[in-house]
Design a protein around this ligand. Structure first.
Ligand code: MN
Length: 198
């Protein structure tokens, strides 16, 4: 059984003007699809056929000789998660349980937002910034390339893709503007709450 590219959870024009149709066509239709294709190539004849994506990631994380398998499986997972972290008319102040936890663990939303943005900007080269749950606490982290929270005993709640392919067509080199826009206009806090409560 092969891994399939999940459809975007919205139309490819739905995030305009913040993330263009062109970016989503390339990022989902080409980059994400390529990770799916690569993973299916690696799966052929392996002992992981039939495993869930999460099982593949856990079995290959940190395993010598399995780097390519891990990188492609993790990037398939990361991108599906990232699409769901955004929605049209998103962003701004969180609601529900995550709003309470953010105030409890960061003091206030403004401090949380600044810390998350700093993590996204401090990630040198390609990677991801994350809000994660570790035990009963929230943490902000960043990972390089395909690395992800589940390889570190953490539960992902929110991510922003800071690989250049995520923003270059719309923002060129201006990663700060992309991350600011992500926080202000795109974050799907309902999805974050579902992750926190699951
Ligand atoms: Mn990406």
């Amino acid at each position: 059984m092969s891994i399939q590219l999940p459809p975007l959870p919205y139309e490819n024009t739905a995030l305009e003007p913040f993330i263009s149709k062109t970016t989503l066509e390339f990022h989902h239709g080409k980059h994400h699809q390529t990770y799916v294709n690569n993973l299916n190539g690696l799966l052929e004849g392996s002992d992981m056929v039939g495993d869930s994506l999460e099982e593949m990631i856990r079995k290959t994380a940190g395993v010598s000789g399995k780097e390519s398998f891990f990188n492609n499986a993790a990037q398939v997972w990361n991108h599906t998660f990232y699409w769901n972290c955004m929605k049209p008319h998103g962003g701004g102040l969180p609601t529900g349980l995550i709003a309470e936890w953010i105030d409890r663990d960061f003091g206030d939303f403004s401090t949380f937002k600044d810390t998350f943005k700093k993590a996204a900007l401090a990630q040198f080269g390609s990677g991801w910034a994350w809000l994660v749950r570790e035990g009963d606490a929230l943490k902000i982290t960043k990972t390089s390339n395909a690395d992800l929270p589940m390889a570190h005993g953490q539960k992902a709640l929110l991510t922003v893709d800071v690989w250049e392919h995520a923003y270059y067509l719309d923002y060129q080199n201006r990663r700060p503007d992309y991350v600011e826009t992500f926080m202000a206009s795109l974050v799907n806090w309902d999805f974050v709450n579902v992750q926190l409560e699951s």
